[in-house]
Design a protein around this ligand. Sequence first.
Ligand code: 4NP
Length: 169
Amino acid sequence: MVTIYTVCLGNICRSPIAEAVLRQQLDGAGLGDQVEVQSAGTAGYHVGEDADRRTNRVLADHGYELNHSAQKFSAQMLRNADLVLVMDSSNYDDVKRLASLTESTTALSNEDKIKMFRSFEPDSSDSIAGDLEVPDPWYGNMSDFEHVLAICESSTPGVVDYVRTTLLS
Ligand code: 4NP
């Protein structure tokens, strides 16, 4: 079983959206039963809470399912993961800080399994310009959540390819 975490700050906006999109695309590729997808936040502010209501709304509007209880990302999760997809560079730094605290139990080193989610996006003008951040929509409105979903939908096929060609081969 391959284990993937999507990670943001609060685990109620971006990483749950990324989780729902990734799970649906893995199912669509016939890989759903070989991959476990979870999401977590680098901060514990919302542990145990449902996703933000705007997250639930944008997902429902686009036909995605999500059953959520927010959790804080831990060294234990990093240790057992095959791939950790972070939403922005501050998440990257926070997760990287955990890497030296624990020994990886999977094929890749802790450092090598941490990747910017948006580095899998094929040809967005942002990613060409080197901006790999998924912008935090927490202080925004529904159009910011729609933008996050669109980024997730364009980045996820590259993740599915990586899972198929690298993690499952
Ligand atoms: P997320 O968004 O990291 O995409 O889940 C946020 C959610 C909550 C907070 C910040 C960002 N907060 O400060 O509570």
